[in-house]
Structure formats: structure tokens, C-alpha cells
Design a protein around this ligand. Structure first.
Ligand SMILES: Cc1ncc(COP(=O)(O)O)c(C=O)c1O
Length: 917
């Protein structure tokens, strides 16, 4: 059942990006149809139409509901009988209750009675309206997917047997859902976000009988469909466990088998936590299911902090706010106590004992919490930071890079990397991202640019000094690298290269399968496996023979294979607070480095000490612990919802007739040039072609766009990005965003974005467009011309973004390769006598044109775009100067308009050159 038979009152399935939205809208539509039937009956033209709609809705929901425990197959059949028997009033009561329980989440807390004979006192209860305390008292609910092709009667027996095991002391409550096949199991875990555990039983089959495209689409995400076809029946159980691990590794799987223990032992069972040889040991299964979920639910540090805050303690150290004492006794700051409530102060402590732990030397609950985070994020070690990813980047750089090491860095990376290079004394090779001149934005660094630099360093005999490469994934604007390809090809040139992936914006990516394949940690684990495979060694040897006499061009154009003895050395830094639940500055460093223990650990410890406060904030650490629990249990659901919201915005803006006049949502084709798009995908949503499935492009393209980051070109409104952000969105409509370019603003959806906030944003954009329409309707000729000039200035006359020029010779080892000693340049500027100030006027340009070398003493960072257009020691090029002069932003860090551009004196540079020679 994959389409609707001519019912024009309902949106077509193709209009839905997600089956979850489809499900919720279908229930609302069924409620409306039931209201109509109850009011009108099914006679007459209108009644017949209503009946037809209701029947169609039942058909389409039946397929969907097979994957959910509530309302469940038997209740659903009961509703259908009510329709068939024309019992419309009863039907209305039941459908209303189901729709309401689905929307409010009431089914998670109690049985929802469907018959009007039973009172549903809590009809109007909305889960979101309950106090946090009331919600925290309830037992969390989840669903267990049982995979077995059983008769209705056997299914009843299975469900009943598990439910009979419930005990009052169980920490959670769950409901089983039974599906027959591996394919259904995969659809189930991708569609039903309530599933936390899967029980794979011996009777399972392979194929799903369901051909609803919006659901079978999920199967594509698992990989090549032919792989699934090739599975032999005796392998179904183990294969189901392996496939589940590939898609949702955070879930628990239990395999019940009738094969012998010897047969099963030694098989790769993916995430399978236990194998049961006795089919009917329901108590063991029940206890294991609960224990498995509890393993993710546990929050060692948050729990310790809660416990600590309950203990009576006398405070005799320097922390008057501890236990709220300085507030409760105050006559003047009572409002602070009232605003925050008591717990935050009860939990304010600097104790490292009494059940707590030290972030600097964790051995107790912080260590445990970090280990759990490592498991959740696929790392070998995870470190919490209470000072943001700015600090994490400096820690990793200092830990890995020794003075004089060469580091490849994307020039438009976050400033913490540049400062990290100064601290570590790195010799920096700045790599250019591809520019998006039209929108005054950068893309990301093409792989050929990275390889080109590595090959040049190799040719110059400097490869042994190349230590690390730092890339931003994803970028602020949402460009995502092909992480595996980048690492493989770099390792093919330098087999022990260390990778620092700045995932400040990508913490959430681990919890959705499409995103996960492009994260640093998932890729590091894939690579570890791949390097061990004999095929890798064979492919490498064959390629080496072919490339023996190849020049740079051929190396650049070949997809390089890493040698089997390459080392996997990967670090990722994440601003947990930016994309997941954590208090501001809560960040994590994830390590997946085969040589960490032998080579880096001690230095890492020192670097951690250098940058971490001796008074780390415990609330932040606790929030990281809880944030980890959340993503392990509901990250998948929240990320899916976040993507759905973003897709709704993309669709709404690109289909609204008025919005297109002033705004444009940048498409994949707008931000990723064709040469980097092997899949040839151009849009996520196109009004003519509908949705593009993102799997293919995410599997193969060099760069993809994270759909949750929506860049809206606003040049057509005549306002620049910054004015649009502050004067219009913020001041007028209370909408907050934090990134703009000259002619665009960036909207980010996050795991808290709701359908109503999306609706509000669209409403606001429509209102702005309407107002502009009215304004232009009444405008005089002159006003209109002025508007058009403003638009042209923003859309057409955009100053081109300058490339990195080069370091001055005073800071370079030689002219062969571009690496520069940024630290020497940085500290040279500490002496005012070495510096001069030049006005940004025509004389400066004339001096450059006459060939004079002027060298910046400092980082010059305009906001936007927010990356340094000059770094210490960099030669100022005419292009950079032109760009600076064309910039009409008020905020340029490192530049004082009253003094001018700070450059090194010629004498200072000559002095460095002399000392070098
Ligand atoms: C790419 C990137 N890395 C690192 C950071 C710094 O992160 P934090 O704010 O957690 O210090 C940012 C901040 O915006 C960023 O955009």
C-alpha cells in the first residue's frame, strides 16, 4: 500500500520528508474524519467522502502502526471495527484519545483507555505541561522490538510472557512490538525512536512485506540492498544483530538462537549483548533488557553531585556561594536565589572527595562519566572540558605538536587553532578553502589542496616534520568533509599523520547513521578495521607499483590507498553545548589515537593542566554527563526531529510564492561546486522533484551540506546580513541567530527546535516580505532606485575573498614550502619598537603596488566572516587590502581604525633575517 487512492484532501506522501511527521498528521486527519462522521454520519455525498477518507487513513496507518507499540495492533483493529460497524461516536472518542496520547506522550506513563465506558480523567494532560519534578518521578518508557515471524496467537503469548515479568521495582517500563523480518527490524529501529532494545528470535525472515516508500526508504541507509539479499537463512539472526549495530550502535540487541553455543561462539554479533540458548527464559531476558538500558541511563557524576548536595556540610573554604549561604543571608541579592532556586547552590562545591572527583586527575565518577562518553561517541578516551572547544583545540594542539613541527591548518578555522599554533610553536601551512565569493563565505579545503601541500613537503624532504592536520568538520556554514577519504589519502602520503577534526558543531552527528559515517570517531574505527583487511594491503601494493614513477599530477588525480601499517591517530573536539544538552562551555575531546598511550598521553596530561582551571565548574561537568545519557537514549529521535525541522524550513521557503522574491535558501549546488558532487545532487528539496534522499550524496561526495544549517540569502531585501540579524530578526521579532555574512544569515535548527518554532520563522519571513512589498508599492521612483542600488551592492558587488598570501621570509625556513613560524612573528610584535601603523588609504595600496613588502604583526579578524584575513608574519597582499577596504563591518578584531594597520618595521624584519642567516 504505497499511495492514496485519489484522496485530494490529504497531502501526498511524497510531500513528507519523514514518516514520523506523516504518522502524526495522519492521526490528526483521522481525528478530523471521525469528528465529521460522528457529526454527519456516512450517508449523503459528504458522509461518503468522509467515510472514504477514514478508510484510506486506516489503510495508510495500518502499515505505519505495525512498528509502534501504542496504540498497538489489537487496539488498531478495534478502531477499524468501530468504523466498519459505523459506531462513529465511539470511534471519535477512541481516535481522539489515541491522537492526544501520541501528541502528549501520555501513553508512556499509563494505559490509555479507548472506550467511552472507561473514564480517561487525564484526557487533557499534556506531558510538557507537567512540572519537571512530576515528570522525573515517573518511570522512563521505551519499546522493545521483537523480530520473529509468528502467528497472532504466538505474538500474544510472547508479549504476555514478557509483560508478566514486570516488577514494581523495575526502573523503566517497556512495551514489546513484534515484527517478522530483518528488513522490518531495520525499518523499525530507524522509524520508531522509542526502541531501545531488539530481541532477535530464531523464526525471523528476511524481507519485509511492507512497500510503503517512505518506510522502505529507510532500508537504503543500511547499505547496499544486495548485501541483504545474499544472507543465508541460518545467518539471519547474527546478521540482524550486525546490521542493527551498523545503523544504531547505541541500541542493545539480544539473540535468541536454537543453534548450538559452539556454532554461535566466534561469530561477529554486532552489538549483541547476550545470546540466549533457552527460548523461554523470559525473566532473564527482561532483566537483561532493563540492565542494558540502565547502562546508558546511568550518570555517575550527575548522580554523585546530587547525592553530595543532599549531605549536610560546613563550608570552610573560599566559596561563599556554596550551599547558597551568601545569598540566603543577604538583604540585597535575594532575587538571585529566587531566580535560580536552591539546588544550583547546593551543588556548588569544589570538593574532590566525599563521592566527588577531580577533573584534573579523575579517578572516580568523572572518570566513569568520561569513559561512558567515550563509549557513546565511539572514542577510545574522552576528556571533559569546562572552557569550551576553544580550550580543547589548544589542549590537543599543545599535546600533539612540538616546536618546529609542521601543521596543516585550514585558514578559516576557529581562532583557537591559530592561537594554539602560536603556543605550540608550530610551523604553519595555511590551506585555502574554496571561496563562495557571491555569498562572502568560505567552503572547505579541497582534498587536492591538502594533497598538494603534503606532496610538496614530501618533495622538499620535510615529511618527517609534518605532524598534524587540522580541519573543521562541519564548518559553521554546514559543509561536511568526506572524512574517510581525506584520512585515507593523507595517510597514503604520510602514514602517521595526526588528524584534529574540529567538530565544534558536529557533536550530534554520531547519533544518526547518515551523519555518523562522516564523523572523526566513526571513521577512525572504520579505518582501524579496514587497515587490517588483506584487501587493503593488496590494493596498496598494486597502487604503489602503479605510482612508482608518477608525478604530482597523477598523485593528485588518483584516489590514494593508505598503507596497511598506517597509524590511525585521530582527535575530535566538540562543543557539546552547541548542539546537545550541556551548559555553556561544556565540551569534549575524543581521542582515537593508536599511539596515544605510547607517545602522547603524558604530553596530553600536561596540556590539559596548562589550560584547565583548578576550579572547574561542576554544573558543567554534570551537564556533560547528562547530555551523554540523553544522546545515548534519545539522540537518534532528537537529531531526526532536528533534520525534519530543517527540511520543513527548506521546503516552505522554496515553495512560498512571495518569499522567493526577497530570499533564497542556499541549496547544495549553491555551496558545493559541481566538481565536489559525484552524486550530482543539487537540492535537498526541489518543488518539481520533491525530496532527494541524502544517503547517496553523503556516501560519495567530497563535500556535503549539513541540512540542519540553513543559509538564507537576504541581499534581495536590501539589508546586509548583520542589519537583518539585529534590526529585523532580533529587535523586531525576537529571533536569535549568530552567524551572518555580508548578504546572508544562518539559521540553525537544533535538537530543541519544534514544529511551532519553524512555523513562527516562516510566518516572520512572510511578514517581512509582505512589508517590503507594501513599501515598494508606495515608494517613489527615487526610493525604488535607492532600494535597487542597495540590493545590487549586496548581491552583485561583493568584494572577492582573498586567499592566504604567504609568510614573510623572516618567518620561513626556505622558499620551497610555505610553512611559517607564527610564534616568532607573534612575539616579535610584543616590542612596540618593531611595529608601525599605516592608514588604510591609497598610499598604502601604492606602496604595495610598488612591490614593498608589508607584514602584519597581528591577527586581523573581521566579523563577519570571523576568520583572520591576516595572521602575524603574513605579507599583506593587494587583494587583502582591497577586501579590508571594501568591508563595511564595524567589528574588526586586531585593527584600530584610529591608528591604522599594525605592521612590522623593515628594521625588525631585517634583524630577524640577519639572525637567521
Ligand atoms: C569551528 C569552531 N571551533 C571551535 C569553536 C569554539 O568553541 P567554544 O565556543 O565551545 O569555545 C567555535 C565557536 O564558534 C567554532 O565555530
Amino acid at each position: 500500500m504505497n499511495s492514496q487512492p485519489g484522496d485530494r484532501s490529504l497531502p501526498s506522501i511524497n510531500e513528507y520528508y519523514s514518516a514520523t511527521q506523516l504518522r502524526s498528521d495522519r492521526w490528526s486527519a483521522l481525528r478530523e474524519a471521525a469528528e465529521g462522521l460522528s457529526r454527519e454520519g456516512s450517508e449523503g455525498r459528504k458522509g461518503k467522502k468522509l467515510l472514504q477518507t477514514a478508510e484510506h487513513l486506516f489503510d495508510s496507518l495500518e502499515v505505519i502502526e505495525a512498528y509502534w507499540a501504542f496504540p498497538g495492533a489489537s487496539s488498531f483493529a478495534h478502531l477499524r471495527r468501530l468504523l466498519n460497524h459505523a459506531n462513529y461516536d465511539e470511534l471519535l472518542t477512541a481516535v481522539r484519545r489515541v491522537a492526544r496520547a501520541l501528541a502528549s506522550g501520555a501513553y508512556r506513563r499509563r494505559t490509555v483507555p479507548l472506550s467511552s465506558d472507561e473514564l480517561d480523567n487525564e484526557d487533557y494532560e499534556d506531558e510538557a505541561a507537567l512540572s519537571p519534578e512530576a515528570r522525573a518521578l515517573g518511570r522512563p518508557y521505551f519499546e522493545v522490538l521483537i523480530v520473529d515471524d509468528v502467528s497472532e496467537q504466538q505474538e500474544r503469548f510472547l508479549r504476555h510472557s514478557l509483560l508478566r515479568m514486570r516488577r514494581s521495582e523495575d526502573p523503566f517500563i517497556y512495551e514489546p512490538v513484534v515484527v517478522p523480518s530483518i528488513e522490518d527490524a531495520l525499518i523499525g529501529i530507524l522509524f520508531n525512536h522509542n526502541v531501545q532494545a531488539v530481541v532477535v528470535r530464531p523464526g525471523l525472515t528476511l524481507k519485509s512485506r511492507n512497500d510503503l516508500p517512505i518506510l522502505s526508504r529507510y532500508l537504503k541507509r543500511v547499505g547496499d540492498p544486495e548485501d541483504v539479499e545474499a544472507i543465508q537463512p541460518h545467518e539471519y539472526g547474527p546478521e540482524a544483530c550486525r546490521l542493527i549495530a551498523r545503523v544504531r550502535p547505541e541500541l542493545d540487541a539480544y539473540l535468541i538462537t536454537d543453534r548450538s553455543a559452539e556454532d554461535v561462539a566466534g561469530l561477529d554479533l554486532g552489538i549483541c549483548r547476550r545470546v540466549f540458548y533457552n527460548q523461554e527464559d523470559f525473566l532473564e531476558l527482561h532483566l537483561n533488557i532493563l540492565r542494558g538500558v540502565n547502562r546508558r541511563y546511568k550518570t555517575p557524576f550527575f548522580t554523585a553531585l546530587k547525592e553530595y548536595s543532599k549531605q549536610p556540610t560546613g563550608v570552610f573554604h573560599a566559596m561563599p556561594i556554596s550551599r547558597g549561604k551568601s545569598i540566603s543571608r543577604s538583604h540585597w541579592i535575594q532575587d538571585m536565589g529566587a531566580f535560580y532556586g536552591p539546588n544550583i547552590f547546593l551543588a556548588e562545591t569544589s570538593a574532590t572527595s566525599g563521592g566527588l572527583d577531580s577533573l584534573l586527575e579523575p579517578r572516580g565518577p568523572i572518570k566513569e562519566a568520561q569513559d561512558m562518553a567515550a563509549r557513546a561517541f565511539g572514542a577510545k578516551h574522552t576528556y571533559f572540558a569546562t572552557n569550551g572547544t576553544s580550550t580543547c583545540n589548544k589542549i590537543v594542539t599543545q599535546a600533539v605538536v612540538r616546536p618546529g613541527d609542521i601543521v596543516l591548518v585550514d585558514r578559516d578555522c576557529h581562532k583557537s587553532h591559530h592561537y594554539g599554533m602560536v603556543l605550540a610553536g608550530a610551523n604553519v601551512v595555511y590551506m585555502d578553502s574554496y571561496p563562495l565569493h557571491q555569498y562572502s563565505m568560505y567552503g572547505a579545503v579541497p582534498l587536492t589542496e591538502i594533497k598538494h601541500h603534503l606532496l610538496k613537503l614530501k618533495a622538499a624532504g620535510k615529511l618527517d616534520r609534518v605532524r598534524m592536520i587540522t580541519l573543521t568538520n562541519c564548518t559553521f556554514d554546514g559543509l561536511v568533509y568526506n572524512v574517510q577519504r581525506v584520512m585515507e589519502e593523507c595517510l597514503a602520503i604520510k602514514k602517521d599523520l595526526v588528524f584534529l577534526w574540529d567538530e565544534a558543531w558536529f557533536g550530534f552527528a554520531r547519533f544518526e547513521p547518515t551523519y555518523r559515517q562522516r564523523t572523526a570517531m566513526a571513521t577512525a574505527n572504520t579505518l582501524r578495521q579496514k587497515l587490517k583487511e588483506p584487501e587493503t594491503a593488496a590494493a596498496w601494493e598494486a597502487q604503489q607499483a602503479k605510482l612508482a614513477d608518477a608525478g604530482e599530477e597523477e598523485w593528485l588525480n588518483t584516489r590514494l590507498v593508505p598503507p596497511p601499517d598506517a597509524r590511525v591517530r585521530v582527535y575530535a573536539t566538540q562543543s557539546t553545548h552547541k548542539t546537545l544538552t550541556a551548559l555553556r562551555q561544556g565540551s569534549m575531546i575524543h581521542v582515537n589515537d593508536q599511539d596515544f598511550k605510547g607517545e602522547v598521553e603524558q604530553a596530553f596530561h600536561e596540556a590539559f593542566m596548562t589550560h584547565t582551571s583548578t576550579s572547574p565548574n561542576y554544573q558543567i561537568i554534570a551537564s556533560l554527563d547528562v547530555g551523554r545519557r540523553q544522546v545515548e537514549l534519545e539522540g537518534f529521535e532528537f537529531v531526526q526531529r532536528q533534520v525534519e525541522s530543517a527540511m520543513s524550513i527548506r521546503r516552505a521557503v522554496s515553495t512560498h510564492p512571495l518569499l522567493g522574491k526577497y530570499f533564497k535558501v542556499l541549496t547544495i549546488a549553491d555551496v558545493v561546486p559541481e566538481t565536489y558532487r559525484a552524486s550530482e545532487s543539487t537540492h535537498y528539496y526541489d518543488p518539481q522533484q520533491g525530496w532527494t534522499d541524502k544517503w547517496a550524496m553523503w556516501a560519495e561526495d567530497e563535500f556535503v551540506l549539513d541540512p540542519t544549517r540553513i543559509t538564507l540569502a537576504v541581499g534581495g531585501t536590501g539589508w546586509d546580513g548583520d542589519t537583518f540579524k539585529t534590526k529585523i530578526l532580533m529587535d523586531k521579532y525576537g529571533i536569535q541567530i549568530n552567524k551572518t555574512s555580508r548578504n546572508s544569515v544562518l539559521f540553525m535548527t537544533n535538537i530543541g527546535t519544534t514544529r511551532s518554532s519553524v512555523a513562527y520563522l516562516i510566518e516572520v519571513l512572510v511578514e517581512i516580505a509582505n512589508e517590503l512589498d507594501e513599501l515598494l508599492d508606495d515608494a517613489s521612483k527615487m526610493e525604488r532606485r535607492s532600494f535597487e542600488n542597495r540590493v545590487a551592492a549586496l548581491v552583485e558587488h561583493v568584494p572577492p575573498l582573498p586567499d592566504f598570501s604567504r609568510f614573510h621570509d623572516a618567518f620561513r625556513a626556505d622558499g620551497d614550502t610555505p610553512e611559517g613560524d607564527i610564534r616568532t612573528a607573534y612575539f616579535l610584535a610584543y616590542d612596540e619598537d618593531n611595529c608601525d601603523y599605516l592608514a588604510l588609504d591609497d598610499t598604502l595600496m601604492e606602496r604595495l603596488d610598488s612591490g614593498e613588502e608589508l607584514v602584519s604583526t597581528s591577527f586581523i579578524i573581521p566579523y563577519p566572516p570571523g576568520f583572520p584575513i591576516l595572521v602575524p608574519g603574513q605579507v599583506i597582499s593587494p587583494e587583502i587590502l582591497k577586501f579590508m577596504r571594501a568591508l563595511d563591518v564595524s567589528e574588526i578584531h586586531g585593527y584600530r581604525a584610529d591608528l591604522g594597520l599594525r605592521v612590522f618595521t623593515k628594521a625588525a624584519l631585517d634583524d630577524v633575517l640577519t639572525k637567521k642567516s
